[in-house]
Structure formats: structure tokens, C-alpha cells
Design a protein around this ligand. Structure first.
Ligand code: BGC
Ligand code: CA
Length: 248
């Protein structure tokens, strides 16, 4: 009995002494994520409300669906938030996610989505139910509950078909798709309507048909709802970093 009591106390002591060091490590890594200086990677921040802020670097890629060297140093943003209400994946079906990078120059935002999708399907009727990637832009970062003139939603399917939201103008959007092992790449050019050089609202969405002919999952960078197409209040933030502000 006494021995058991001794071991229980010893075990508890070990757990209690381990706990603070885990917490310290966790908060340390969060603090270093939030350091204001921009790094080559891992430069994304998340505020206390879970809103993410990423960075677009200055540069002009060739939009051909191939990954030029200019993308190499751009920090990646993962669409690792799943829209739970839209999840109908069954056992053995996997969510499709993308790594998103953004560049900008005077008048444009460029987005590169490297999508992992183990079963590419264009079976569904609607573009957003097919394997596809969407970009949401809120140029004045008003995060409004409906789309204003400066807001836009653009989409490209894995088959390369472009579409946009009801109040967006498809003329402002061009994209190219390449199929790669285990997925596809979407490279897009978005014409901005206002003068850039500041923070804008931004999100990216990956729609996935697991092969059933209907959408089984949605993965996003920031917003965890399926409402971004009509309300921008849960959109993330993208800083258009000026060339002089980039620190390697
Ligand atoms: C949403 C769909 C919606 C569509 C309209 C997508 O982002 O996920 O549910 O019908 O936008 O454009
Ligand atoms: Ca798929």
C-alpha cells in the first residue's frame, strides 16, 4: 500500500513538473511566430481571435501553372481549417488541402495554390462542388457582411475552368492549372481595383469531390464557415509587403 502511495506521488510529481515546461515551450513558439520581423518562412501570425495574417511579397511571376523561382522565398499559408458543416467524407476519403503563396505588384495580386488531392474529380455540376480552388479578396479590409465594389471571389477548377462570385468580375482574373503527382497547381493573377501597398482581406478555399460526384470537404486558410462567398467578416488578413521591408 505504502509503496503504491509512493509511486503515485512520484508519478504525480513528474507530471506536474513536466507541465509548466510544456506550456513554456508552447508559448515561446507562439511568441516567436508573432515577432514582427518577416522571415523567409513561417511568417504567418494569428491574433487572439484566431484571425490569421499572412504576407504577400513583391514580385511578378509568369502565370503559366509552373512554379518559377520567384515563388521560392514566399511564405506559405496552409488551408488547414476544415469547414465542419460541409464535411461528408467517409472512411478512406481524404480532405484536399493546399499550400497558398501570394505575390503582388502594382495593380495585381498573384496566388499560387499547390493542392494535394488524391482523387481529382470534375464530376459535379457546380464548379464549387468539383475539385477547385477559390480566392477571396477584400481590398479595403472592411470585412463587410456582403460584397462591396472592392470585394471579389474567384475560382479555378482542377480542369482549369474559371468562374467567380455573383458580384465579382471574371475579367479581373486569369489562371493556369497543372496536374502534378498527388494533386494539382493553380497559379492565378488577380487585377486589383484599388491602389495596393497595405493590408487587404484575404482567404483561400479548397473544394474537394472525393470521387462521389459531390463536394465532400472544404478546407480554408482562415474562415471556418462556408459563408465567405457572401460575407467577408471572417476573412483573414494579407499584408502586401513592400520590397524594402523584406528581411531575409
Ligand atoms: C461556396 C458555395 C457557394 C459558392 C457560390 C463557394 O465558395 O462554398 O457553397 O454556393 O461559393 O459562388
Ligand atoms: Ca478530389
Amino acid at each position: 500500500m505504502n509503496m503504491l502511495k509512493y509511486f503515485t506521488i512520484a508519478l504525480l510529481a513528474t507530471v506536474v513538473s513536466a507541465a509548466p515546461s510544456l506550456a513554456q515551450d508552447g508559448s515561446k513558439s507562439r511568441e516567436s511566430d508573432q515577432s514582427g520581423s518577416q522571415k523567409k518562412d513561417g511568417a504567418m501570425q494569428t491574433d487572439d481571435n484566431g484571425v490569421r495574417e499572412g504576407k504577400a511579397l513583391f514580385g511578378t511571376p509568369v502565370v503559366d501553372g509552373k512554379i518559377d523561382d520567384i515563388w521560392k522565398n514566399v511564405p506559405a499559408m496552409m488551408t488547414d481549417r476544415q469547414v465542419e458543416d460541409e464535411n461528408s467524407l467517409t472512411d478512406g476519403q481524404t480532405i484536399s488541402r493546399a499550400s497558398i503563396k501570394c505575390l503582388w505588384d502594382d495593380g495585381h495580386l498573384y496566388c499560387l495554390a499547390e493542392v494535394k488531392d488524391d482523387n481529382i474529380s470534375g464530376e459535379a455540376y457546380e464548379d464549387w462542388d468539383q475539385d477547385s480552388v477559390e480566392f477571396f479578396i477584400d481590398e479595403n479590409m472592411a470585412k463587410s457582411g456582403s460584397y462591396d465594389d472592392d470585394d471579389a471571389q474567384y475560382r479555378t477548377t482542377a480542369a482549369g475552368v474559371e468562374s467567380c462570385g455573383e458580384s465579382s468580375n471574371g475579367d479581373n482574373y486569369t489562371s493556369k492549372v497543372s496536374k502534378v503527382d498527388g494533386g494539382y497547381i493553380v497559379e492565378a493573377s488577380i487585377k486589383l481595383k484599388t491602389k495596393a501597398g497595405k493590408k487587404i482581406g484575404f482567404d483561400a478555399q479548397v473544394n474537394n469531390d472525393p470521387g462521389s460526384g459531390s463536394r465532400g470537404s472544404i478546407a480554408k486558410w482562415n474562415d471556418t464557415t462556408n459563408e465567405t462567398y457572401q460575407s467577408l467578416d471572417d476573412i483573414g488578413v494579407l499584408e502586401l509587403v513592400k520590397p524594402s521591408e523584406f528581411v531575409e
